[in-house]
Design a protein around this ligand. Structure first.
Ligand code: FAD
Ligand code: A2P
Length: 268
């Protein structure tokens, strides 16, 4: 495990930033050291943040974007212009410290679903983050014959983090062979010309995604789904999944689909 020397740490639950990548004016990703004791299930989230001006920790929920086997932790973040946390977090550099409360939780986990043949990951914007973890987890490919990643953003640039990640999987020594032929990536834009366009909801309702990928419509006997986006997105997708006969599950009662909010509020 990579962790910073104890003497350097000044914050409670401090972890050291090891990499930062800016994808657009409003999106960046970063990696931090992982507490040796932190165990989590791919798809879960933790509270992370910085020390506020008032001397109290300023924390927000963040999905862990790295898989559970990774020695470091990765996060994929929005930059909200006046956001209390991200207006500062967007300026972190390698060697800086962030606060990370090591208590992972969440519903986007394999345990919350009944066994199935086909897994649908449905996301908008930074809602990709939990699936960046799950797409890199061998368990995903051991449990399912096919995995479909539908990700929709307004522009092509906003898809880039996910595109690079999916592209890198083929060369991954751990899961490269497992992913080949099993992972179907279906990125779309809604406000810029791209080879595939349209909202996740529209492409499911019209049947376009099934036709494009050569798949049958969703069936509760075979299909499972995990959903992560804005509240409006989650509500609309849930209605479509229920229309196919899928029921919402939870850690305590595994069923056919699970949902998590990518953020609270109306979006930036
Ligand atoms: P806030 O005061 O928290 O937010 C201000 C406003 O910005 C919100 O009301 C909303 O309208 C908008 N907003 C906030 N976050 C987003 C977002 N991600 N996308 C679009 N609009 C947003 N954020 C991430 O960037 N990456 C994650 O992996 C992530 N995982 C989360 C998991 C859960 C379970 C929840 C509940 C939230 C998650 N968030 C994630 C949102 C995150 O907790 C913060 O809201 C975000 O970092 C902005 O913090 P802030 O203090 O700058 O602004
Ligand atoms: P659209 O451009 O048609 O609004 P945002 O940047 O507002 O968070 O949205 C991210 C992506 O999610 C956009 O492509 C947006 O499409 C899409 N989107 C927003 N709301 C919904 C919804 N209720 N159902 C499906 N897709 C949505």
């Amino acid at each position: 495990m990579t962790s910073a020397p104890a003497a350097k740490l000044t914050l409670p639950d401090a972890q050291t930033v090891t990499a930062v990548t800016h994808w657009t004016d409003s999106l960046f990703s970063f990696r931090v050291s992982r507490p040796a004791s932190l165990r989590f299930r791919s798809g879960e989230f933790v509270m992370i943040g910085l020390m506020g001006d008032n001397g109290k920790p300023l924390l927000r929920a963040y999905s862990i974007a790295s898989p559970s086997w990774d020695e470091e932790l990765e996060f994929y973040s929005i930059k909200v212009p006046d956001g209390p946390l991200t207006s500062k977090l967007q300026h972190i550099k390698v060697g800086d410290e962030i606060i990370l409360r090591p208590k992972p939780v969440g519903t986007l986990v394999h345990d919350a679903l009944l066994p199935g043949k086909r897994m649908w990951f449905l996301a908008t914007g930074t809602g990709l983050a939990p699936f960046a973890s799950l797409m890199r987890d061998p368990e995903t490919y051991e449990k399912y014959e096919q995995v479909i990643m539908m990700h929709t953003c307004r522009t092509v640039a906003e898809l880039e983090y996910g595109r690079r990640l999916v592209e890198s999987l083929a060369d991954d020594p751990l899961i490269g062979e497992m992913v080949a032929g099993k992972l179907l990536y279906y990125p779309t834009t809604t406000r810029e010309e791209f080879h595939h366009m349209g909202r996740v909801t529209d492409n499911l309702s019209s049947g376009k995604v099934f036709a494009d990928l050569g798949l049958p419509p969703m069936d509760p006997a075979t299909d499972r789904a995990m959903v992560c986006g804005s509240l409006a997105f989650n509500v609309d997708v849930k209605a479509i999944l229920e229309g196919f006969g899928l029921r919402e599950g939870a850690n305590s009662e595994p069923l056919e689909y699970v949902v998590e909010k990518a953020f609270v509020g109306d979006g930036v």
